[in-house]
Design a protein around this ligand. Structure first.
Ligand code: BTN
Length: 245
């Protein structure tokens, strides 16, 4: 069945992910999209906050695919592919994927994805909330990573609504292909544009830091690192930094 979006645009909200999670739990149908001009408590990965002033895109999409939690987790890579395709069409600068779900323009983070899920029925997640932030007119001061926005990168001036429409148009076909065929159809595209592949990277994990060569990603999106002793280390969650040469 083709995915139909129903968009609700809000002036201000704490977090579009949080609001959409409540709607999911209340039984809202797949395809509901919340977009807010401003978020007062925007959330990023790993408990970080996401600065959400007016001008950029803050949106969340409710999805209900028949997927196990592990399969569902690969949707973040597929959403990053949609963002990458859109940004490549709008910009001349190199657009790369940074593990797990970031998109970099000329080495600077321009977007973030926060994928959350809940409930399990018959082995499948009940709902997925795919939160996307895309810097259009401004970007936060550099913290963990260098950052940029669409205009700073030489792209067009887009309103959040225009950017959302373009992104939803890119996202629909990749979501439908992922829903029927999984991440396998997109893994090579992600790798072809991967930042740091083959380079020495530092992985900052919950309780340790690991340095090794970024060799591959597994079919489930796990990062595969080659260590100095010849062994492989698989990283399921963390932050990756390309070591300076
Ligand atoms: C990251 O840390 O890179 C992920 C950032 C995700 C931000 C988006 S903005 C819309 C949605 N609502 C939130 O509170 N977070 C996500």
């Amino acid at each position: 069945m083709s995915l139909i979006f129903r968009v609700e645009a809000l002036a201000e909200i704490d977090s579009t992910n949080d609001a959409l999670k409540h709607r999911a739990l209340a039984g809202a149908e797949e395809g509901l999209v919340l977009r807010a001009d401003v978020q007062t408590a925007g959330r990023g990965r790993r408990g970080r906050s996401w600065v959400s002033e007016a001008g950029n895109l803050y949106m969340s999409i409710l999805l209900r695919p028949s997927k196990s939690p592990a399969e569902a987790a690969t949707l973040g890579f597929v959403a990053a592919i949609a963002l990458g395709r859109l940004l490549r069409a709008l910009l001349t600068m190199p657009v790369r994927h940074k593990w797990p779900n970031d998109v970099l323009v000329d080495g600077r983070k321009i977007s973030g994805i926060l994928l959350e899920s809940g409930g399990i029925t018959g082995g499948y997640v009940d709902w997925l909330v795919l939160g996307i932030g895309l810097n259009l007119r401004h970007h936060p001061a550099e913290g963990l990573y260098p950052t940029t926005d669409l205009v700073a990168a030489g792209g067009p001036i887009l309103s959040p609504d225009q950017a959302m429409d373009l992104l939803l148009a890119e996202f629909r076909p990749v979501y439908e292909a992922w829903r029927s065929g999984g991440f396998a159809a997109f893994r090579q595209e992600w790798l072809a544009h991967a930042s740091g592949l083959g380079d020495t990277v530092l992985a900052r994990l919950e309780r340790e830091e690991v340095t090794g060569r970024f060799d591959d990603i597994d079919p489930d999106g796990t990062l595969v690192m080659g260590l100095a002793d010849g062994s492989k280390r698989r990283i399921a969650a963390g932050d990756i930094f390309v070591a300076p040469r």
